[in-house]
Design a binder for this molecule. Structure first.
Ligand code: C2E
Ligand code: MG
Ligand code: MG
Length: 757
């Protein structure tokens, strides 16, 4: 259930929120910048016009052009030529006014062209704002038109005329007055439109008053013109009056232009300021929005990280496969529950669970199957528990349940029973069913402990005992169990110590012919004395050595030692060594035996190994191969404790043993006059013989038993009646006795038996 860090989510969030806002901000800023650029350009245009307009007035009114005017033109070229792209037009005006005889009409034409170009280049014509648009219209088109017409009309007056010419001039001026009035009307319209469209309203009064003044002057000029026109061939004074009135009009036009231009400039400046403000505003808004988006992204990121944290916390406290609490989390929680339980008098039961033979599931079916089994087990545990019970996986195949609110011992037992039964249901894998079972140890709180570690240890002891008792069951902790387990643990230490320090010893128990007169061999029986000097029976320490995995090492030592000791005996006496199934599991037992024979020089036919049916229950080809290899060495193989297990007979067919050793329980049964047992004993002897196996009867303890087994026609006898297992140093006497016995005159079977006693 590994999950990637959600960097992609973070990037998605940032792209979703921040990027569009940044884009929007960029658009705002870009648009504002464009508007500012336009406004600046317009301002440039109007300031050019403002400076150029007086010169245009001079050109129109035929006033003499001074050096200062030419210098002004050159300055204008330097300041505005490249940016407004009007250098060429300025040069044309300069050429015209520099000409020897100034062509006034041409000069005015190029001047007007210059002004139109300025208006175009500075986007004045395209001005989207109504007021500035009409002001520009008035200034750039209407006023120069009026000035043009006016100066033409004035020129018509200004020379000595014949009556004919005067009449023609009259006609011209008559026509021009119409045009002049139309142009004037156009100017008024533009002015009114500018005032109408003026958003701020402050233009109205200023422009209106200028407009009125302009109208008055224009009216004056027209009436002066009228007066002079009516007086064809009028005295010079009348003409001069008309021209003076025109100059008044011209001055007013100039004044008007300048004033209006100023209005225009201030309007444009205002717009520019507005745009700059708008720019700052849009920058601030986009910065704010970006910050907001960033903080939103961070919040979302935090949430994601929180989600991640939750996952990490979950993983830190749970086993990812079964999703149950892990050891650390379970222990911590249990600690809390126990503390609270102490206050509330709540009783609890700790159920420690271990899956039986989980290793073999893993080994034989693979780890995937093992995982499925564990998950199924975990689910069943959850299903079988109540919601407030605490369930955990301590690791491997170990699970644990802390049962809450336990009202009686019976309740805990019933729960444990339910769990054991629930676990017996086979687990379905892809195409097979796997039988599983569990062992369980139960400890109660407070009766078996109030602390986590004490309860755990006690439940563990009970679990240990449940396993030792044959698995697939639960056991409740009790004090005796504790004692037994403590003893077991102590024994484990003793076995480890003895194996490490080679402190084991071997006793040898004689095996006689059935008459009990002759020793045919000895069985090597391992002995352990604890450091306290207590003798521990093999039935106790051999399984421990097996569980600790020490039996192969110990067994190898036994084989070597037994062979070495047997070398001191007469050739006719063999030695039997017991082998544990575990020695076969690790492989190489035949090699170990072969090595021991080689090292000690013992003839293989003097060595016998004893195995139990437990080994053959595994029935693997490997075991049979090993047995055949041992047999191939010339070593004989005996089936030990025959009849003590379940299906002993079938094993006799599986491997051709040299010998069957009938378990001592049959002889004990004989003692109890169990006729069945006696019959079975006789039958086994016959069966063994029919399979070409020699038969030994073990555990012969009394003369009566000795007599009985002798009568059965078995081949060998072994038991306390003949000899107890003895240390190596005591064997010589026994062997000697046996030799003496054999060399005596042929005694009867009975006397032999007596002699042995
Ligand atoms: P076993 O191989 O069946 O050995 C015979 C056991 O019967 C011995 O017990 C012996 O002392 C006991 N015995 C012999 N005669 C009599 C009798 O008349 N009455 C009674 N009640 N018992 C008698 P021991 O020495 O305690 O060994 C027990 C078992 O431990 C052996 O049973 C054998 O299975 C195992 N064992 C002993 N030594 C070794 C060893 O070196 N390796 C392995 N793997 N197992 C060993
Ligand atoms: Mg034996
Ligand atoms: Mg035996």
């Amino acid at each position: 259930m590994k999950k990637k860090l959600p960097e992609h989510k973070l990037i998605a969030v940032i792209s979703l929120l921040v990027v569009p806002i940044l884009l929007l901000g960029w658009l705002f800023v870009n648009e504002s910048n464009k508007s500012i650029g336009f406004a600046r350009q317009k301002l440039q245009g109007t300031s050019f016009l403002e400076r150029f307009m007086p010169l245009y007035g001079k050109i129109a009114s035929q006033e003499p052009i001074t050096a200062a005017d030419k210098f002004l033109l050159a300055t204008l070229k330097r300041d505005f030529g490249p940016s407004l792209d009007i250098s060429f037009e300025i040069d044309q005006v300069l050429t015209e006014i520099n000409a020897a005889t100034v062509n006034r009409v041409k000069a005015m034409q190029v001047s007007r062209q210059l002004m139109t170009n300025v208006a175009n280049h500075s986007s004045l014509i395209l001005d989207p704002d109504i007021d500035t648009y009409y002001l520009v219209d008035a200034l750039v088109l209407r006023v120069p038109e009026l000035l043009n017409l006016g100066s033409d009309m004035a020129a018509n007056l200004d020379y000595q005329k014949s009556s004919n010419e005067a009449a023609q001039n009259f006609d011209r001026n008559f026509l021009k007055v119409g045009q002049f009035n139309a142009a004037l009307k156009g100017l008024h319209q533009s002015m009114n439109a500018a005032m109408q469209g003026n958003k701020d309203g402050n233009l109205k009064f200023k422009v209106a008053s200028e407009n009125v003044m302009f109208q008055v002057r224009a009216d004056d000029f027209i009436s002066a013109l009228d007066v002079s026109s009516k007086n064809i061939l009028a005295p010079k004074a009348v003409e001069a009056g008309a021209i003076a009135t025109f100059k008044g009009f011209l001055k007013n036009a100039e004044y008007f232009s300048q004033n209006t231009n100023l209005q225009l400039n201030s309007l444009l400046q205002k717009r520019l300021d507005e745009f700059v403000r708008w720019l700052y505003l849009s920058i601030s808004i986009s910065v704010l929005l970006t910050l907001a988006a960033l903080s939103m992204s961070l919040t979302i990121l935090k949430k994601l990280v929180h989600g991640l944290d939750d996952k990490i916390i979950f993983l830190a406290h749970h086993d990812p496969m079964t999703r149950l609490k892990n050891r650390a989390a379970f222990t911590a929680e249990m600690h809390k529950i126990l503390n609270a339980a102490f206050q509330n008098n709540e009783k609890l039961a700790l159920h420690l669970i271990d899956l039986d033979k989980f290793k073999s599931i893993n080994d034989n079916l693979g780890h995937h199957a093992g995982d499925v089994v564990l998950k199924t087990l975990a689910n069943r545990l959850v299903e079988s528990s109540r919601p407030n019970d605490l369930i955990g996986r301590l690791g491997g195949d170990e699970f644990v349940i802390l049962q809450r609110n336990v009202t009686s011992v019976r309740m805990a037992e019933a729960f444990a029973d339910r769990i054991v039964v629930a676990m017996r249901r086979p687990v379905t894998l892809e195409n097979q069913h796997v039988n599983i079972s569990i062992s369980m140890g139960v400890a109660l709180s407070p009766s078996h402990g109030r602390k986590v570690d004490v309860l755990m240890a006690h439940a563990d002891m009970a679990l240990y005992a449940a396993k030792a008792a044959g698995r697939d069951q639960y056991l409740m902790f009790n004090v005796d169990l504790e004692r037994a387990i403590k003893r077991r643990r102590a024994l484990e230490e003793e076995v480890k110590h003895a194996a490490h320090e080679e402190l084991f010893t071997i006793n040898y128990q004689a095996q006689y012919n059935s008459a009990g007169t002759q020793i045919l061999g000895f069985e090597a029986l391992l002995r352990l004395r604890t450091r306290d000097g207590v003798e521990v029976p093999p039935s106790e320490f051999i399984p421990i050595a097996e569980q600790l995995g020490l039996i192969t090492q110990i067994g190898t030592w036994v084989i070597g030692q037994a062979c070495r000791v047997a070398m001191a005996w007469p050739d006719t006496i063999s030695v039997a060594v017991n082998l544990s199934p575990m020695q076969f599991a690790s492989g190489g037992i035949a090699q170990t035996i072969s090595d021991a024979l080689k090292i000690t020089g013992l003839k293989p036919n003097r060595l016998e190994v004893e195995i139990t049916e437990g080994l053959l229950m595994q029935n693997t080809q490997d075991v049979l191969n090993e047995l055949n290899s041992i047999r191939a060495l010339g070593v004989s193989i005996a089936m030990d404790d025959f009849g003590a297990g379940y299906s002993s007979l079938s094993y006799l067919w599986r491997f051709p043993f040299d010998k069957i050793k009938i378990d001592r329980s049959f002889v004990q049964a004989f003692e109890k006059n169990d006729m069945n047992a006696q019959n079975v004993l006789g039958t086994i002897v016959v069966l063994g013989h029919s399979l070409n196996m020699s038969v030994t009867v073990e555990g012969v303890e009394t003369a009566a038993q000795a007599q009985f087994v002798h009568a059965l026609n078995c081949d060998q006898v072994q038991g306390f009646f003949f000899s107890r297992p003895l240390p190596q140093q005591d064997l010589a006497t026994l062997i000697l006795k046996s030799f003496l016995q054999a060399n005596e005159e042929k005694p009867t079977s009975e006397s032999k038996l007596r002699l042995v006693q």
